[in-house]
Design a protein around this ligand. Sequence first.
Ligand code: 5GP
Length: 214
Amino acid sequence: MSEKKRGQLLVISGFSGAGKGTVVSKLLSLHPDRYRISISATTRSPRDGEQDGIHYFFVSTEKFEQMIRQGELLEHARYVDHYYGTPRRFVEDSLDAGYDVILEIEQQGAFQVKKAMPQAMLIFISPPSAGELERRLRGRGTESEEQIRSRLARACEEAEYIDRYDYFVLNDTVDRCAAEIENLVEAERCKVCHNRAEADRLREDLRVYRKEER
Ligand code: 5GP
């Protein structure tokens, strides 16, 4: 009998306004039984409509620092004056159960995850152009002029680190971008390094088969 294969860990990052959230929602809606999204802990306050335990675990700075000390976070980073981090237990348990786990996190955290778990797939989601990024940021209608400028400035800084990702996926349309990520996950699943147990079983099967043939 084959035991359930460990799931893939997908780390998805991209500039603010690149449309990561929409792409991740699309993946989840297409395959709710396959993907699980990790819910991060953060010290920032909830925005309108955000719920504790659904969008984030909203915690105090003291609690967050305790989580760091106790090794409860797979990665953590400071972003615009607040802590953000990924609870380790949920990720490990979901991967063990065979789910593909999605982390939608910023760059510092993405690189920490890659260091801790080299098999993680680091996926960078890109807007088609700088002009389109600005258009999307303005279209959200949630940022002031100053915030839009600072997000574009940050995008310039973050673009310097794209080469450290494993995959670069263009988000021109949500459907195409989600389909491309799915293809990447399928290809990753077929890598020999993720199929060692199956290869061992095949070798053993062949040995037994040859003995029976004689
Ligand atoms: P926001 O405050 O807009 O929800 O998120 C700000 C940034 O923090 C986004 O780039 C988001 O992807 C990132 N982020 C959310 N959760 C985590 C996390 O657990 N770890 C890290 N490193 N970044 C996170």
